[in-house]
Each structure stands twice: as C-alpha cells, then as structure tokens.
Design a protein around this ligand. Structure first.
Ligand code: ATP
Ligand code: MG
Length: 138
C-alpha cells in the first residue's frame, strides 16, 4: 500500500475537468483517501514547489497555481505513485501518451491539469504539506 498526492490544478478545475479526472482515478482502482478544494496562497504554492525555486519557470508556475482553486487529493493503493503518474502522462501534454489526462485535457507544459508526487519521499512530504493525519481515511 502506497500513498501519493494528486492535485487537479486551476486549469483543470476552471475547465470543468474535475469529474473526468476523478473518473480516471476510480477506473484505475486507486482509492481516494482524502480530498479538498483549496485556493492556494502564493506562500503555499512557493513552499510546495520549493524544489523548482531556481528554475526560470518558477514565478509563472506559482502565478498559475494560485490563479484559482485546486482540488487536492490523497490517492492510495498498491504502487499508487507510479500508477497515478502513468494516468497523468508526460509533463508536456504534446508528448504525453494518448489516453492520458494531460494529453486529453492539457494545454501546454505549464497548464497540464494535474500534479502527482514523483517518489516515496516527496509523496510523504506533499501529503503532509496539505493534510493532517486525521483528514486521511482508511
Ligand atoms: P508535477 O510536479 O506538477 O506533477 P511533473 O513532475 O511532471 O509535474 P515537474 O518537472 O515537477 O513536472 O514540474 C512541475 C510543474 O512545473 C509542471 O507540472 C508544470 O506545471 C511546470 N513546468 C515544468 N516544466 C516547465 C517548463 N519548462 N515551462 C513551464 N512550466 C513548466
Ligand atoms: Mg514534479
């Protein structure tokens, strides 16, 4: 059993893709252990993406992630990190496999609809960044 943090980013929420993203998650058999809608503050977005602080795209990424509400989810299951990243597809929607969320719903390398943790260590940090233990079910 593994947990990962998923985010439906502001582009996905504003385009009306919440239901479609959740359908991908449930079809894959990943369990939703926690879920909350939240409009991130600048500080929350900067702290969340701290590993990218020195990248040229960081200011634009923070501005994008704070332009409207996100849906934050904790997903749970066998090999959940890799399975969720496979459903998302490559960072750049143009390079993502057909049938993936980013390929089907993404706009460009920044506005790519969803986030997923990339390893067990980052998943633990990211789940704890947004959820208290008592908010995670199962
Ligand atoms: P995420 O961490 O959001 O799941 P990822 O792991 O596929 O995505 P990262 O390299 O961690 O990709 O980048 C984090 C986010 O920063 C991307 O999802 C995207 O929104 C944005 N981003 C990444 N690379 C670029 C880029 N070259 N130009 C603009 N935005 C970018
Ligand atoms: Mg990443």
């Amino acid at each position: 059993m593994q947990r990962t943090l998923a985010i439906i980013k502001p582009d996905g929420v504003s385009a009306g893709h919440i239901g479609k993203v959740i359908a991908h998650i449930e079809r894959e058999g990943l369990r939703i252990a926690a879920m909350r809608m939240e409009h991130l503050t600048k500080g929350e977005a900067e702290g969340f993406y701290d590993v990218h602080r020195d990248k040229p795209f960081f200011p634009s990424l923070v501005s994008f992630m704070t332009e409207g509400p996100c849906v934050l989810l904790v997903l749970e299951g066998e090999n959940a990190i890799e399975r969720w990243r496979k459903l998302m597809g490559a960072t750049d929607p143009a390079k993502a496999e057909p049938g993936t969320i980013r390929r089907e719903m993404g706009t460009n390398i920044e506005r790519n609809v969803v986030h997923g943790s990339d390893a067990p260590g980052t998943a633990a940090f990211e789940v704890g960044y947004f959820f208290r233990g008592c908010e995670i079910h199962y």
